[in-house]
Design a protein around this ligand. Structure first.
Ligand code: MRU
Length: 333
């Protein structure tokens, strides 16, 4: 496989300070936000300075290491970091990995956070190879939200598969959604694809049915924020709609996520907490109010796609077929 790793890195830990590429400002501006305490890291995760399940896990790990270095209560810091966003289990997984080390010196926690960060990039590259193998040749793919270098330690999950498959000459068309309301697709995925020179076509989220009905697509490829033991998958709102359309029009669905995204304690999707964000995110676009004052809004930012609607689950350890009853949790054993 050619080396198609994206050069952008959205997270750095320099001289004990967590530096985050501000994803609220992209692509208009490349600005960095410095977090000097665990509370500042938790605020940045909540405000989506950093976002994407693996990326917020990495940021939380550095946040806990900063709490230990400052001599603040590690338990309290871990609770605040874990509460920043409820759906992505990577946050809890990364914090638990550090806490399992016990009352070790702060430097040891920093070392573990750096290991989580570095491993994520390697896992993404491995998943990309597994996923690309499934695609075959001349594949036409659609992705949702942003699952690239910005959302991870580098390369990406679903976007990593697309990056690797494009580099190997396997793709004949790449589509991505705009991803309302936060526009991760229009702002971040479009930016990553353009900077890699991968030609792509953006669609409105609601255009997915028409695209699939026209016969223009072979695969929907998405990431995940939490995968239940049976394969039910929480991901960016709209993923369930994509999967339902895919089932209706014979398009396959691939979920790509590292093993840290699999929550073996959640038997199925009913146990996954779904984050609801401020309705203002729906009422305005780029700071400009669109909906009339007083508009009532429901703004869940993730949904759960049932395992029978998922053709392939890809993690760094391999591939399973949730639609045939194969459980992602079995890949962890
Ligand atoms: O709200 P976000 O932008 O953090 O949501 C991100 C997603 O839903 C991604 O698809 C998921 O985290 C996988 S990122 C590799």
């Amino acid at each position: 496989m050619p080396d198609t790793a994206h050069p952008v890195r959205a997270i750095a830990f320099v001289d004990g300070v967590l530096q985050l590429l501000d994803q609220r400002a992209l692509p208009a501006a490349e600005q960095w936000v410095a977090c000097r305490t665990a509370d500042e890291a938790a605020d940045a995760i909540r405000a989506m300075v950093v976002r994407g399940a693996p990326a917020i896990g990495i940021a939380a790990a550095y946040g806990l290491a900063m709490a230990a270095a400052a001599g603040t209560d590690r338990e309290v810091a871990a609770q605040r970091l874990a509460a920043a966003r409820p759906t992505a289990v990577n946050l809890h997984w990364a914090l638990a990995r550090l806490q399992a080390l016990g009352d070790v010196p702060a430097d040891r926690l920093t070392e573990e956070a750096r290991a989580i960060h570095a491993e994520d990039l390697l896992q993404n590259q491995r998943m990309a190879e597994h996923g690309a193998t499934l695609l075959g040749r001349d594949a036409r793919v659609l992705t949702h939200c942003n699952t690239g270098a910005l959302a991870t330690g580098g390369h990406g999950t679903a976007l990593g598969v697309i990056r690797t498959a494009w580099g190997a000459g396997q793709l004949s068309a790449v589509y991505h959604t705009e991803t309302r309301p936060w526009l991760q697709g229009a702002r971040l995925t479009a930016w990553e694809l353009a900077s890699d020179g991968i030609p792509a076509t953006m669609i409105a989220d609601a255009a997915c049915g028409q695209l699939m009905a026209s016969g223009a697509l072979d695969w929907v490829i998405v990431g995940a924020d939490r995968v239940a033991a049976n394969g039910d998958t929480a991901n960016k709102i709209g993923t369930l709609t994509l999967a339902a359309c895919a089932r209706a029009f014979g398009v396959k669905v691939m979920v790509v996520a590292p093993s840290g995204t699999v929550d073996a304690d959640c038997a199925d999707g009913h146990a996954i907490p779904i984050e609801e964000r401020d309705g203002e995110e729906l009422c305005s676009i780029a700071g400009k109010r669109i909906a009339p004052e007083g508009t009532r809004v429901w703004n869940p930012v993730f949904d759960v796609t049932p395992a029978p609607m998922i053709d392939a689950f890809v993690c760094e350890r391999g591939v399973c077929r949730p639609c045939q009853g194969e459980a992602p949790a079995d890949l962890l054993r």
